[in-house]
Design a protein around this ligand. Structure first.
Ligand code: NAD
Length: 299
């Protein structure tokens, strides 16, 4: 049997860690030797981050609580630096819902979702970035959602934010690669405050947050070179997603390229019999395509 992956000496920020997935990440990383900043929103009656910290420290682990909103992510990173002197791993996990049909959605419903998910993830990653690139190690996990990938009724605001985070991750993945700063995205499924009202109890019972942890921990380990990927994970299921593109059609680049010409060949445009799997902007051979179009013109 291989030895367990450990995180001794690593400093981890987990946002939205007072419960649900964030709590599960915090307990796990601390149990494997990491020092953890347990972030969540606090109120006079809600000291959930402290409860998680106490659970960690009572078992001999290292953790501190932070109650800043992720919109002020620099303060969360400041807490990590003050308490532990560095930051190695950021788990952008905090989240909220403001579900409404698009007809009823207000600007306020839209803005708060973008602020917490997109700006919040940006602010924490941005404040941690220079520390990570300078030390030559960093791991960032951004949290998307199946709602973002596939769409979901009543979640236009949330879907936009969640898939936006995938684009954000992909660019960070490219910019951090040479410095050993790797960014990946997960679309989790787990029983939590967020899902307890929208799923039946018998399904929730098999969706323990702990079943999302192993993938996240693996992706954050020194030994893992995965970068710029997105995974669906939950209930013990883990799978990776990728883009698939049809071969497509090259039209004559002249006045014959009309909407009716598209209509005539739409079957070929949508034909996935012999697909390609682009992984970067460079995977589209625009020069070759232009050449093909030119040849069509002269034939
Ligand atoms: P949860 O509600 O249990 O946890 C989210 C935590 O984020 C809460 O404790 C909340 O107080 C905190 N939070 C909210 N706004 C914050 C802010 N501004 N600053 C700091 N903390 C804040 O939900 P969860 O299911 O554990 O969700 C974790 C993440 O996973 C979220 O980003 C969610 O969108 C995503 N997600 C969850 C599921 C699922 O099935 N549970 C599915 C898809 C995506």
């Amino acid at each position: 049997m291989s030895s367990p992956l450990r995180f001794d000496g690593k400093v981890v920020i987990v946002t939205g860690a007072g419960g649900g997935l964030g709590k599960a990440y915090s307990l796990f990383f601390a149990s494997r030797g990491a020092s953890v900043v347990v972030n969540d929103l606090g109120t006079i009656t809600d000291a959930s981050a402290d409860i998680v910290v106490n659970e960690i420290t009572s078992k001999g682990g290292k953790a501190v609580a932070n109650y800043d909103s992720v919109e002020f992510g620099d303060k969360i990173v400041e807490t990590a630096i003050k308490a532990f002197g560095k930051i190695d791993i950021v788990l952008n996990n905090a989240g909220i819902l403001r579900d409404k049909s698009f007809t009823r959605m207000t600007d306020a419903d839209w803005d708060i979702i973008q602020a917490v998910h997109v700006k919040g993830s940006y602010k924490v990653a941005k404040a941690a970035w220079d520390y990570m690139t300078k030390q030559g190690f960093g791991r960032i996990i951004n949290t998307a959602s199946a709602a973002g990938i596939y769409g979901n009724f009543g979640q236009a605001n949330y879907s936009a934010a969640k898939l936006g985070l995938f684009g954000f991750s992909n660019t960070l993945a490219r910019e951090g690669a040479r410095k050993n700063v790797y960014t990946n995205t997960i679309a989790p499924l787990a029983a939590s405050k967020m899902t307890e009202t929208i799923m039946p109890p018998e399904i929730l019972a098999s969706l323990k947050p702990e079943f999302v942890v192993p993938l996240v921990a693996y992706l954050c380990h020194d030994s893992c070179k995965e970068n710029g990927s997105i995974f669906e994970v939950g209930a013990g299921f883990v799978s990776k997603l990728r883009w698939e593109r049809s071969r497509g059609v090259v039209f004559k680049a002249d006045s014959s390229f009309t909407p009716s010409a598209v209509a005539r060949r739409i079957g070929e445009i949508k034909d996935f019999k012999d697909p390609v799997y682009p992984t970067s902007i460079m995977d589209t051979d625009w020069v070759g395509l232009l050449e093909q179009a030119k040849q069509l013109k002269t034939n």
